[in-house]
Every structure is written in structure tokens, then in C-alpha cells.
Design a protein around this ligand. Structure first.
Ligand code: SF4
Length: 328
């Protein structure tokens, strides 16, 4: 089903006269790694090296690629313009095309008023057909341009929905094309608009109301558990597109101002067992914003976002709850 743009990869490897090619991809594509490696090697004569570490986004670009290979082919994500470009890296946006008309027709009764379209990179090729179909139904349609963390109009990341925010004032309902709940939840919470999801994997149309309430209840509980915490671990990721040391330093200063303490802990990948040695009452994560929201149940101590810590410290009210976002 996936389109790996093999011809583009082969042309890139040849154009760089590369003898070694590092392949980086998210977990969901790794079952294709051996076949891709064979195909690239057979076509170019280059040796492929598969990077086995987890990869969650373009924020996770393998920094030491020049130490292991002549070029890096990063599959499954669009380039993040704010991280800058190198001519030794090729981003391959692995699309998952599908027939959008039947599911969009199913969603039509829920699509009220002016419509904004957002999606992840896997389905960005579906934006144009969705626009055409909605306009044929007489809808006004908007697709926003994001900030410099975002490559394509209408593209959203779990940590950045600036393309939705850019058109939110003109939109009554957002249509999210894709699977999972985190991205549409981010759009709903950051824009305050209704979001209708069409999920090509489950062939399901859904609205977010109940999920949004459940996650907010969980976040409220994590904040309540942190009210009396005196010492926090402040987590900083060393991944190139997640590292926010200035924010972590600011958090430590603010904790101090409120008579509490923060200790900065830097790690490449945050996992529950890595946090066990630290005798703190809770953590504040400046790494991927999804960590606190998606993975909290895996951690015995509360993990807050920076905005949630503001609520704990009385600097922000619960009514002004915001998800953590990383700007470009
Ligand atoms: S920081 Fe998290 S949400 Fe943002 S691109 Fe990276 S993995 Fe995705």
C-alpha cells in the first residue's frame, strides 16, 4: 500500500555517488526495511545500513549519520524546515493513498459551516481531493500554512498545529484526515473548534468530544497529584528537533521563585525505567509533548507539560489549559 518513492531514493544515492546509505524510519515501516535495503543495493551497488533505534518524527533525525554512511535516507516524515537542510539527507514522505470519497460522504452531515482541512504527512496527498469534493458540495474550505516546523499546507504534527491555528478564525469545523487521536485532539484544544475525524485505517467517522474529556480528566489528576511536589525532574531530550534547554532553564528558575526545586535531566529517549533512580515527586517534560499526554499511564510519578506546571504554580488557571506545542 505504501509508496516509498524508490526511484527518487535511487536517483539521490546515485547523484551523491554514495557507497553507503543509512536508512532511518519509524517503527511502522521497519518491516519493509530489509526489502528496501535489497532494492536500493541492487539498483545502486551501495551498502545499506538500517538504523534500528526508534524514530518518531523528523525531530528525531539521526545526527551521526555521516559517521556511519555517506548519505541518510529518512523515511516516513516530511523535512522540518526549521532544522535546516543538508544535501546528504533525503526525506521520503511515505504516503498512504486511499479512496476518500466514500468516507468523506459519510462524514458530510457532521461537517457544519466553513471547513478547515488538516492531516498528517501520510495523507497530505488527500487534501486536494478532499477540497474538491467539499467544494462540489458547496462548502467553503480553508487549508492553512503552518510555521517553519511544518512542511506542507494543512500538515499537523503532534507538537505543532500552526496550520490549523492559521485558519481557525475562518473555520467552523476542522476535518482531520488520519488515524489516532492525538493530532485531532491537539487541533481541538488549540483552536477550540469542533473536529471531525475520518480514519482511513478503521474506515470510521468520529468526533472527539468524549476522548477530549477523558484526557482532560487525566491531566487534571496529574496536576492535582503535583500540587505539593517540592522537587521536580525537568526532562530535556537531546534529539535534534526536541531539545529545549532554554525552556528547561526557565522552568528551573520559576520553580526556585516559588520555593521549589528543579533538576535538569537530559536523555535521548525518555523511558519509565530511566526515571526510577531520581527521588523527585514528579517530572516536567520539555521533550516531545506527547510523552505526558499519551504515555502518563506507564509512569508511576506524574509527568507534567510546562503549561501544566504553570497551573501547579498558580501562574495559569485551569480554564486556560493549553497543550504543549513546539513552535517552528
Ligand atoms: S516532537 Fe513529538 S510530536 Fe513533534 S514531531 Fe517529534 S515525535 Fe512528533
Amino acid at each position: 500500500m505504501y509508496d516509498f518513492h524508490l526511484d527518487d531514493i535511487i536517483a539521490f544515492v546515485r547523484s551523491k555517488n554514495a557507497r553507503t546509505v543509512a536508512l532511518q524510519m519509524p517503527e511502522g515501516l521497519k518491516t519493509h526495511a530489509l526489502r528496501l535495503s535489497d532494492q536500493i543495493s541492487e539498483a545502486t551497488g551501495a551498502r545499506c545500513i538500517i538504523i534500528g533505534d526508534p524514530c518518531y518524527g523528523a525531530c528525531d533525525l539521526y545526527r551521526n549519520h555521516s559517521a556511519i554512511a555517506d548519505v541518510l535516507v529518512h523515511l516516513g516524515h516530511a523535512a522540518m524546515p526549521s532544522l535546516g537542510a543538508t544535501d546528504r539527507v533525503l526525506f521520503v514522505e511515505v504516503g498512504l493513498p486511499f479512496e476518500i470519497e466514500p468516507i468523506l460522504k459519510k462524514a458530510m452531515p457532521s461537517l457544519i459551516g466553513r471547513i478547515g482541512i488538516v492531516t498528517t504527512i501520510q495523507h497530505s496527498s488527500m487534501i486536494r481531493p478532499a477540497m474538491d469534493l467539499l467544494r462540489a458540495e458547496g462548502k467553503e474550505v480553508f487549508v492553512g500554512i503552518g510555521d517553519t516546523r511544518i512542511h506542507h499546507p494543512g500538515q499537523v504534527l503532534g507538537c505543532n498545529v500552526s496550520s490549523a491555528i492559521a485558519v481557525a478564525h475562518e473555520v467552523d469545523t476542522f476535518l482531520y484526515i488520519g488515524s489516532g487521536n492525538f493530532h485531532p485532539l491537539s487541533v481541538a484544544l488549540q483552536t477550540g473548534k469542533k473536529v471531525v475525524v475520518i480514519d482511513p485505517i478503521t474506515n470510521e467517522v468520529r468526533e472527539l468530544g468524549e476522548l477530549s474529556d477523558r484526557i482532560l480528566r487525566q491531566r487534571h489528576a496529574a496536576i492535582a497529584r503535583s500540587r505539593d511536589v517540592q522537587r521536580f525532574g525537568v526532562l530535556v531530550s537531546s534529539k535534534v528537533g526536541q531539545a529545549r534547554m532554554p525552556l528547561a532553564l526557565d522552568i528551573v528558575d520559576r520553580l526556585k521563585k516559588h520555593g521549589r526545586k528543579g533538576d535538569i535531566i537530559v536523555m535521548e529517549e525518555v523511558r519509565p525505567e530511566q526515571l526510577l533512580p531520581y527521588e523527585v515527586g514528579g517530572f516536567v517534560s520539555t521533550a516531545c509533548p506527547r510523552l505526558a499526554i499519551d504515555d502518563q499511564m506507564r509512569y508511576p510519578k506524574p509527568i507534567l507539560t510546562p503549561q501544566e506546571l504553570e497551573i501547579v504554580l498558580g501562574e495559569r488557571s485551569w480554564d486556560d489549559y493549553r497543550l504543549d506545542m513546539i513552535d517552528g
